[in-house]
Structures are given as structure tokens and as C-alpha cells.
Design a protein around this ligand. Structure first.
Ligand code: NAD
Ligand code: ZN
Length: 391
């Protein structure tokens, strides 16, 4: 089959690889019909994740048709149309039982690396290097999925792939980020980053009762899309973000602030994992406002900073003094996708949220290397690329 593989820093390509096979009786093989590129894939592309190796198949936002199931799979059948949550849940461990599926204890088959870096290993993730289990990803024609009964989620036939694909990751991610803000009626919420995650965070904040949402980015088409969802916007290259946020909130600052940016390739002042391991004391100067720092500084006293943005290594120059003295709360994490699926599917069916709005590019899998570049550079007005592995 054809698959998109990592070939080195800033290099991905299409290669012919063996078709996946059932390895465990709880596995299922999915023929991928749609697959997307995520901001998290850019961290792999940029080489921030040291355990990614040449030949690894990327992709954790994918859906398709089940073509084969293992002997112990009960709820899922050949022919089912499913979306596949990016974090892998065993469905049985303490964390999965609590609904914290991205912290599953059993789905990362080689937890040592993560334990060394982070103390404990979180869940396995498709297409996300060996630190999250080394699972082949879904930017491919077929993918082997594991613990099929606990993960594969059947979607109604009358909804298109475009409508349900983002249930795999970024729609629940934006929603959980907004939920983590503990939004109260009348709240003003600020969102750093108007990428796909930020877009769904904005829409979710309104769904959860925010009175106003302020989005911060520098790309006009992303700010436009945020305005279409009802947000006010700040272009951080043209305006002074702190001053403007204060002005817009009567001097107090937003009640909660989300960092929907995370690691950024262009000198964020945060160390990538590779750097962090080798050189934990190195200090990088930031040339641009760093989103997490800015979020902490901008949030009103007693407010909440919610961090869907992905980080891997060690952070420096995070203003802990501001964090402590302002009495802030911080909430973060890989998203517990499974727990939001019924709720968000319902919102899609009812038309409360239209996930297709963020799609700017539909390309074939063969065009994926180009898609990675335009998504990384935000060229051609790119906000989100969906790939068809069979086009
Ligand atoms: P993206 O790269 O498309 O969007 C990031 C946006 O942030 C861009 O529009 C960029 O212009 C903007 N930005 C950069 N620096 C900024 C700054 N200082 N202030 C304001 N805006 C700034 O990526 P995405 O797909 O939207 O993903 C965003 C983050 O969410 C990534 O770190 C990704 O890894 C993470 N993510 C987390 C989860 C999770 O489970 N927690 C899931 C999916 C994605
Ligand atoms: Zn993702």
C-alpha cells in the first residue's frame, strides 16, 4: 500500500510499504477513506520528537471502513464505517474507566522512553513516534487499529467524512480546552492561535456559554474564520497583544486564556525534546511573543489557563511568579477524545457546529508532502488539509 512516511527533519514522502496485518485478536484493519494533517504532525516534521525514525508512517486523524477484524472483536464488524480516536484506550485500566483515555496505562507497548522523559507513559498514539508506542499512522491506505472494541466509533451513514473526521482529534481537543476553562456566564475567553484547534476552541467556548471570545493570530484568513464564528480578533504582528486584551476587558484581562499554539518551530523559547535531553540548561531567547508565556501574563487574576498546545521537552522562562501570585489555574493534556464523541456527534447532527468550515484543501495522499509544507508555512490560505488515500 501507499503511506506517508517520515524521512528526516522537514522531509516526508510517499512510499510503498507492506499492507498491515492483524497481530492481536483485538485488532481491526481499517481501509482509510479520509485522513488529515494535524498541527501535532508539524512537531514530528520539525524533528521535535526524538524517537521518530525514518520510515515511520505518520497520521492520527483518520477514518474509514473496517475490512477485517480479529477473533476477539465483538462490537465492530467488517463493513462498519468508523472514526478512530487518536489516543488509544484499552477500555479497562483505571484511567480508561475514569474516562481519561489519553492517559491509558496499557496502550503504550514500550513505555520506558516516555517514563524517562515524563515520569509516566501516557496512552499510545497512532503515527506519533516511538515515545507513544510506535503505532503506524493513518496517512496511508490501510491501518492496523488496536483494542478495536474500545476505540473504533461507528458514524451514521448520512454524515460525510468531512463532517465527522475531526471527531478523531481536533474537535474534541478544542472542546476539552474550552471545558478546561470552566467558563461561567458572562466570561471573556482569549484564544492564542487560530489554527484548526483554536477554531474549534473558539466555537466550543461559545457553546459552553462564553459571552465573548478573543482570538489572537497573525494570518488574516485564520482571523477571518475566527470572526465568522463570532470572535473578536487581534493580529499580534500589528497590535500590542497585552494592551489590546486589557482594553477589550475593561482593564481586568480575560477570565480564561487558551494556548492553542504549543511548540512552534520558529524560536519559541521552549526547548524541543531532543534539545531538552541533551542540554537541559540551554536558554533560548524568544523573538516573538510566546503563547504560553503570553497566556499566563494576559489572564486575569484568579483565572484559568488552558493548554491544548502540545509540548514535549522542558520549558524555560515560563513566568511562574505571575502564575503563582495571580492565583491562576492551569489545565492541559492530550485530549480524552472518547468521552466527547456522543456529545459532539450530536452537536454536528444538530448543526451547532460545522466542522467542514475549517477545510481549505482536499488533496490526494500522493500530494501529502506538498500539503505538509503549505500547512506548515500557512501558504495558499491553508487552514486544514484533508487527504484522500485513493484519489
Ligand atoms: P496550527 O499550526 O495550524 O495552528 C497554530 C496557530 O498558532 C497558527 O495559526 C499560528 O499562526 C498561531 N501562532 C503561533 N504563534 C503564536 C503566538 N505567539 N500567538 C498567537 N498565535 C500564534 O496547529 P493546530 O492544528 O491548530 O494545533 C495547535 C496546537 O494544538 C499544536 O501544538 C498541536 O500539537 C496541538 N494539539 C493538541 C492536541 C491535544 O490533544 N492536546 C490535539 C491536537 C493538536
Ligand atoms: Zn492531531
Amino acid at each position: 500500500m501507499k503511506a506517508l512516511v517520515w524521512q528526516g527533519v522537514n522531509r516526508v514522502g510517499i512510499e510503498r510499504v507492506p499492507d498491515p496485518e492483524i497481530l492481536q485478536p483485538t485488532d481491526a484493519i481499517v481501509r482509510v477513506t479520509s485522513t488529515a494533517i494535524c498541527g501535532s504532525d508539524l512537531h514530528l516534521l520539525d524533528g521535535y520528537v526524538p524517537s521518530v525514525t525514518h520510515g515511520d508512517i505518520l497520521g492520527h486523524e483518520f477514518m474509514g471502513e473496517v475490512v477485517e477484524v480479529g477473533s476477539e472483536v465483538r462490537k465492530i464488524k467488517k463493513g462498519d464505517r468508523v472514526i478512530v480516536p487518536f489516543p488509544i484506550s484499552c477500555g479497562k485500566c483505571w484511567y480508561c474507566q475514569q474516562g481519561m483515555t489519553s492517559l491509558c496505562d496499557n496502550s503504550n507497548p514500550n513505555p520506558k522512553l516516555a517514563e524517562t522523559m515524563w515520569g509516566h507513559a501516557p496512552a499510545g498514539i497512532y503515527g506519533y513516534s516511538h515515545i507513544t508506542g510506535g503505532y503506524a499512522g493513518g496517512q496511508a491506505q490501510f491501518v492496523r487499529t488496536v483494542f478495536a472494541d474500545a476505540n473504533l466509533y461507528k458514524v451514521p451513514g448520512h454524515l460525510t467524512d468531512d463532517q465527522v473526521l475531526f471527531l478523531t482529534d481536533i474537535l474534541p481537543t478544542g472542546y476539552m480546552a474550552a471545558e478546561n476553562c470552566n467558563i461561567q456566564p458572562g466570561d471573556v475567553v482569549a484564544v492564542f492561535g487560530a489554527g484548526p484547534v483554536g477554531q474549534f476552541a473558539i466555537r466550543s467556548a461559545f457553546l459552553l456559554g462564553a459571552e465573548r471570545v478573543i482570538a489572537i493570530d497573525r494570518f488574516p484568513e485564520r482571523l477571518d474564520l475566527a470572526r465568522r464564528a463570532g470572535a473578536e480578533t487581534i493580529d499580534y504582528e500589528k497590535e500590542e497583544v497585552f494592551g489590546r486584551l486589557k482594553e477589550l476587558t475593561g482593564g481586568r484581562g480575560p477570565d480564561s486564556v487558551m494556548d492553542a499554539v504549543g511548540l512552534e518551530a520558529h524560536g519559541t523559547g521552549l526547548l524541543g525534546m531532543a534539545d531538552a535531553v541533551k542540554q537541559t540548561t540551554r536558554v533560548l531567547e524568544s523573538e516573538r511573543p510566546h503563547a504560553l508565556r503570553a497566556a499566563i501574563m494576559a489572564c486575569r487574576k484568579g483565572g484559568t489557563v488552558s493548554v491544548p498546545g502540545v509540548y514535549g521537552g522542558l520549558g524555560d522562562k515560563i513566568p511562574l511568579g505571575a502564575f503563582m501570585n495571580k492565583g491562576l489555574t492551569m489545565k492541559t493534556g492530550q485530549t480524552h477524545v472518547h468521552r466527547y464523541l456522543d456529545l459532539l456527534l450530536d452537536h454536528i447532527v444538530k448543526g451547532d457546529i460545522d466542522p467542514t468550515q475549517i477545510i481549505t484543501h482536499r488533496l490526494s495522499l500522493d500530494e501529502a508532502p506538498h500539503a505538509y509544507q503549505i500547512f506548515k508555512q500557512k501558504h495558499e490560505g491553508c487552514i486544514k488539509c484533508v487527504l484522500d488515500p485513493w484519489a
